[in-house]
Design a protein around this ligand. Structure first.
Ligand code: NAI
Length: 350
């Protein structure tokens, strides 16, 4: 039963939607609305089974609650996944049906984009519901969140470098990036700009040549990127990069990237610490995108406010590192504790 699902615990609601005509099958998970309407992106992905999709949405929605609380945003945590139909389908009809689904849950969930969803898909969702943000056009439109996510991750990497090497300067630092998508590529640009030495991998080869040509990056096989001989490893593909198979081969001394749920299992936090690897908790440093979205949700998109929140992200990460060092605990455990405290704050928003 869903109630005994290992990742269900703590969720307020999980909605399953089906639309026969368009082929829509989607889950929307509302984890926590203490701070505001549950906000998080919609992922459009091919799942091996419904169970895999459900596990993904539950883990992602919980991570959104932690992320949004940690960034002290006036939004709660939720996430959605749409199971990519097998065979041909009408994309606009599918996303319109999805928009109607979002509308039925009455503003307890506000969507944005995640992996596999384009700005055009977002515009289609918007035709059916106002509970959508991260739009390219319209009042307070905040646009694609990915560049802001990349900026936050870049800032987080500098904070981590300062702890590990005594300086945030990344000139000459070797960085491996797994996944050169919207965030990974923008992160690579930031890093190249300050003189970092990049190694990159992606299962989709289309952006690799550009990274090699424009950013001087070295292309690495996707099977070797996690064990690349680098200072910093930035997982920017999907979740679970840090697991019992990959961990022994990691050569980086810092793990700091954009991907959600980088630790496949919670015990990886201790395993990283035991190997002397400094881990910047994923949801602490990848909050830039949702910060940008939150400005739109609040109806006052303001670049200066977003920048202030990114400064705060750096301070929060610094506090996580300080407390982990002084209390002899993992950075993940400290971050979880801080996020849980911030999540317990109930705001009267309804
Ligand atoms: P994206 O879909 O644009 O990029 C993901 C990239 O990873 C794709 O190019 C894909 O081919 C590649 N990839 C997938 N599996 C791979 C593998 N095994 N090895 C190497 N490359 C692989 O997605 P986006 O938006 O860049 O997001 C990346 C990660 O960051 C995701 O985990 C996402 O949930 C997370 N994230 C994204 C935010 C955003 O603002 N876009 C905000 C916070 C987190």
């Amino acid at each position: 039963s869903i109630f005994s699902h290992p990742d269900f615990d703590g969720h307020e609601a999980v909605h399953a939607f089906c639309d026969t005509e368009s082929g829509l099958r989607a889950f929307i998970a509302v984890h926590n609305t203490n701070r505001g309407p549950a906000s998080g992106g919609t992922r459009f992905w091919t799942y091996a089974s419904d169970g895999d999709a459900l596990a993904d949405v539950l883990r992602l929605s919980r991570a959104m609650s932690y992320k949004n609380a940690m960034a002290q945003l006036d939004i709660g945590g939720g996430k959605a996944v749409i199971l990519r139909p097998e065979g041909a389908f009408d994309r606009n009809a599918l996303f319109a049906a999805y928009g109607r689904s979002v509308e039925t849950i009455g503003g307890t969930y506000i969507t944005a984009e995640d992996v596999g969803v384009s700005p055009a898909d977002m515009a289609v969702i918007k035709t059916q519901t106002d509970n959508v943000a991260g739009l390219s056009e319209g009042d307070n439109a905040s646009g694609d969140p990915s560049p802001v996510t990349a900026e936050g991750v870049f800032r987080g990497i500098r904070v981590a470098a300062e702890r590990a090497y005594g300086s945030p300067d990344l000139n000459g630092r070797r960085v491996a990036i797994q996944g050169l998508g919207s965030v990974g590529y923008a992160l690579a640009e930031h890093l190249a700009h300050v003189g970092a030495d990049l190694q990159v991998a992606d299962i989709d080869t289309s952006r690799l040549a550009r990274a090699e040509k424009e950013l001087g990056a070295t292309i690495v096989d996707t099977n070797d990127i996690l064990s690349a001989d680098v200072d910093i490893l930035a997982p920017c593909a999907l979740g679970g990069a840090i697991n019992s198979d990959s961990l022994p081969a990691i050569r980086a001394s810092i793990v700091a990237g954009a991907a959600n749920n980088q630790l496949r299992t919670p015990d990886m936090a201790e395993a990283l610490t035991a190997r002397g690897i400094l881990y910047a908790p994923d949801y602490v440093i990848n909050a830039g995108g949702i910060i940008n979205v939150a400005a739109e949700v609040a109806g006052r998109y303001d670049v200066a406010w977003v920048q202030t929140k990114l400064d705060q992200l750096e301070e929060t990460l610094g506090e996580v590192f300080d407390r982990a060092a002084s209390e002899g605990r993992t950075t993940a455990s400290i971050a979880n504790e801080m996020a849980q405290e911030r999540m317990a704050v109930i705001r009267d928003w309804r």
